[in-house]
Design a binder for this molecule. Sequence first.
Ligand SMILES: NC(=O)c1ccc[n+]([C@@H]2O[C@H](COP(=O)([O-])OP(=O)(O)OC[C@H]3O[C@@H](n4cnc5c(N)ncnc54)[C@H](O)[C@@H]3O)[C@@H](O)[C@H]2O)c1
Ligand SMILES: [Zn+2]
Length: 429
Amino acid sequence: MTTTLPADPEAVFTYGAPQLKFGTGSSDEIGFDLAQYGVRRVLLVTDPGVAATGAPHRIAEQISRYDIDAQIFDGVHIEPTDDSLNAAIEYARASGPWDAFVAVGGGSSIDTAKAINLLLTNPGELMDYINVPVGKGTAPVNLLKPLIAVPTTTGTGAESTTICVLDVLSLKVKTGISHARLRPTLAVIDPSLTLTQPTGVTAASGMDILCHAVESYTARWYTTNERKRPEQRVPYCGANPISDMWSEKAMRLLASSFRQAVRHGDDAAARSEMALAATFAGMGFGNAGVHIPHANAYPIAGRVRDFHPKDYPGDEPMVPHGMSVSLTAPEAFRFTFEASPERHIRAAELLGPDTDRPNDLSEFLPSVLIDLMRDIDIPNGIGAIGYRTSDIDDLVEGTMKQQRLLTTAPRPVTEQDVAGIFSRSMELW
Ligand SMILES: NC(=O)c1ccc[n+]([C@@H]2O[C@H](COP(=O)([O-])OP(=O)(O)OC[C@H]3O[C@@H](n4cnc5c(N)ncnc54)[C@H](O)[C@@H]3O)[C@@H](O)[C@H]2O)c1
Ligand SMILES: [Zn+2]
């Protein structure tokens, strides 16, 4: 393996997380929490599917009991685009001013609220803040307003991260905005809100948790980077002792509850463990970073042609984030195995405590993942969602643009490596 050691190894890692409230009924206390910030007018941001569960209206009503005017915007687009974020920002500008924001939903609603908050408190337009090279990567000059994030999926961990993910339609590329000020002020995680998650959403978003945990656990160790000056530090600093702790815990919880939450969505204990797992994985990857499966997920989702997953809005073709991340994960971890065999074996043991070790230990983690993906009805590889061998060059090009993620991989990743991972991920079993 050709990993060059840094001349001046990093000796510092960082850790950030929002204030957090976890537990059944915690979403009934948001009015009190907002009152502590002295706010009068708040915008509650959600999507039509979550609005239909009634949870956003209940929360808005509860907030209004604290003499706070709470209005609902339920126009979030599932897997936000530059157009959908701009429309949401437009709406919030026209109906503002707002003293605070509350996001009720999955990553799509939470990320939309982050973008609204950023653009209503800072000058310029969306493109100014989007990561280089797609955007200008400008840092916000002003502080943002309080944002309370209330996840209703068990997946992204967006309630604790500093990023907002979006699809730039004209470029057919998924990218993001990343800055410490985007992190929500308070995460309110109420597992009872996740009980209505449809089976397909539970499966895909659960695979997102799993990949967050395993990718941050196998990410390059922070001391293998060159030492940064304080102004160069970014939220993602590589695997470190604190992110390891959260990732390991998340994997244990997934082992005990993931299949059960998919098969028996009304099992409150399994839902609660999945909500904890999503939070823990978010606290891990939100600091360590993710690598190859997430880098591959961007072109897989961005170049979709006509795949319509079960339990998601059917009007547009899409590959849900968690599904797009999982489809190349078994192959990606086969590829990274040699960088840290002990970590890959440990991840397999944590995720599949009852699985026998194969003779070839590099097969252990991929086989645990594939067994799970088959059980919860994830498509059998990128071929099953419509990609053909002739698409691989295009996909590779999209992945190679995600250098911010690829540099977190535990070994160098070339175009040929990525092409191999995609071609072996056409069919997984
Ligand atoms: N900011 C981050 O740190 C981060 C991390 C990973 C992914 N993401 C982004 O998050 C988005 C995906 O978010 P997600 O997987 O949480 O799902 P989502 O917000 O896209 O929602 C998926 C679907 O589930 C429905 N839904 C959600 N909760 C429900 C509930 N409790 N009951 C009934 N229906 C419900 C929604 O209406 C929607 O149709 C993607 O855009 C992805 O790129 C962000
Ligand atoms: Zn993810």
